[in-house]
Design a protein around this ligand. Structure first.
Ligand code: ADP
Ligand code: MG
Length: 447
């Protein structure tokens, strides 16, 4: 659980236990500053020394009790500090009611991930529209709904927004949000202990199943069997299934054919990188949420510097905002450049190396770098190898002889042939196009 989720859950409980006035007075400007999981310490920020002393003296006992229950005693200590709330939003404004935390299984939904806070641009309008349809008519239209796209582009946000919204409209529905990875570990646990009750209570009677990052089912044969059965059960009873993935179903390595066809049977839509306009809109909205005013040339500059990923865009803004909080002066453009220079790299300027391309491609196709550099000519290796060659050429303008050299000492004609072949294939193969998009995005974030 992140510190934000943890503190939201504590607030939910405090709200139930305290009078409204007390709750608002003492906790409306509290926020989680830091969570040291290993040490079991959570730091809470409060707006003044007076607040800090009061909350610590009067409420520490209660807070500790709540949090220990929530975390099975993992949190051992709360540290109270004086600090101003970073986000000046009304207390738990768009946050779900506490009951919703218990309604979704395993994972609490992140209260920030709502439709209200989701900016719609050309890059995500289809996915967004499909999600709204799902909320209107869960289980009927667009079932299953499969959303795919690169990292940090809002897939998890959308999935959870659907969860919040369905619970808001239909409080009687059971919504389950789970990552495929958590699903796998729950399943493995059930096998190990021979106890399937947890799986049953999690998925039995679920009306809306939100599965995040299904690509991580890749190669997990038995987990896929289990998932297939749960999927069918829910689907046949007209329950909604919504999935996210970083790639199309057929591009997930070693995903059973029957799952691929199930995943394809409803609606498939993608989220791509936001254009400049959308990035600016996102920054402006996030600034408004923080009560933070930046000039339009500053916003424009940040939006130009961070292109590929909304998570990084937020990160850049957070650093600028942190600077403002420390120095209490709105940073001007030269200052912003300085702040961002330490952390944000200018978008793709040949910083990607051939080595990174090999690693990224190998990783994506679940191979090793050695596989790609080996002499083996099996199709399973040959095609990813050609993609690596293509990316070396198009992304960092590596010479053909060097490309051949880097990929296992091959002849430069092999490299030329590979680049031509991939270029041709791209013209008519959308799946490959999308894979290349994801690879490029990964390169630009690892570089
Ligand atoms: P993904 O699951 O695709 O990797 P996330 O959903 O985790 O991406 O999004 C990364 C961050 O960017 C989150 O903090 C999310 O709130 C924010 N974000 C993504 N898309 C949007 C959007 N369209 N509007 C506002 N915030 C967004
Ligand atoms: Mg995600």
């Amino acid at each position: 659980m992140s510190k934000d989720q943890l503190w939201q859950a504590v607030l939910g409980e405090l709200e139930l236990q305290l009078s409204k006035a007390n709750f608002v007075t003492w906790f409306s400007r509290s926020f989680p500053m830091d969570y040291q999981e290993a040490a079991g310490e959570l730091s809470i920020g409060l707006p003044s020394v007076f607040f800090r002393d009061w909350v610590e003296r009067k409420y520490n006992h209660l807070i500790l009790q709540i949090i220990q229950k929530l975390t099975q005693n993992q949190v051992k200590k709360i540290i109270y500090q004086v600090s101003l709330t970073p986000v000046q939003t009304p207390l738990r404004s768009s946050a779900p009611r506490t009951e919703q935390f218990t309604k979704t299984n395993n994972h609490a939904l992140n209260p920030r991930y709502t439709f209200e806070s989701f900016i719609v641009g050309k890059n995500n309008e289809l996915a967004h529209a499909a999600c709204l349809k799902v909320v209107e008519n869960p289980g009927i239209q667009y079932n299953p709904l499969f959303i795919y796209g690169g990292v940090g582009l809002g897939k998890t946000h959308l999935l959870q927004a659907v969860g919040h919204s369905i619970l808001g409209h239909h409080p009687d529905k059971k919504v389950s949000f789970i990552t495929a990875e958590k699903f796998t570990s729950d399943y493995v646990e059930a096998i190990r202990t021979g106890d399937r009750t947890k799986l049953k209570t999690t998925y039995g009677g679920t009306n809306v199943l939100l599965v995040d990052d299904v690509q991580s089912l890749a190669g997990k044969e038995r987990t896929q069997d289990e998932f297939f059965h749960i999927f069918n059960d829910l689907y046949q009873n007209n329950n909604q299934i919504l999935m996210s993935s970083d790639r199309l179903p057929e591009a997930i390595p070693a995903l059973q054919e029957r799952l691929v066809s199930r995943f394809r049977s409803g609606m498939i839509t993608d989220i791509t990188q936001p254009d400049l306009e959308t990035r600016i809109a996102i920054l402006e909205t996030k600034c408004r949420e923080k009560n933070f005013q930046l000039s339009s040339d500053v916003i424009h500059y940040i939006a130009t510097m961070v292109q590929t990923n909304i998570r990084e865009l937020e990160g850049a803004l957070t650093r600028v905002f942190a600077h403002y909080q420390v120095y209490s002066i709105l940073p001007d453009l030269p200052k912003i450049k300085e702040i961002l220079a330490q952390t944000v790299r200018a978008p793709r300027q040949g910083v990607v190396t051939t080595r990174q391309i090999i690693e990224t491609v190998a990783n994506f196709y679940e191979l090793t770098s050695e596989d790609l550099m080996s002499k083996c000519r099996e199709q399973k290796l040959a095609f990813p190898r050609q993609i690596a060659m293509y990316l070396m050429r198009t992304e960092i303008h590596t010479s053909f002889p060097t490309i051949g050299q880097e990929l296992g000492g091959r002849d430069h004609t092999t490299a030329i042939h590979a680049v031509e072949k991939i270029t041709r294939t791209l013209e008519q193969n959308n799946r490959l196009k999308q894979e290349i998009e994801v690879l490029k995005q990964r390169l630009s974030t690892t570089a």
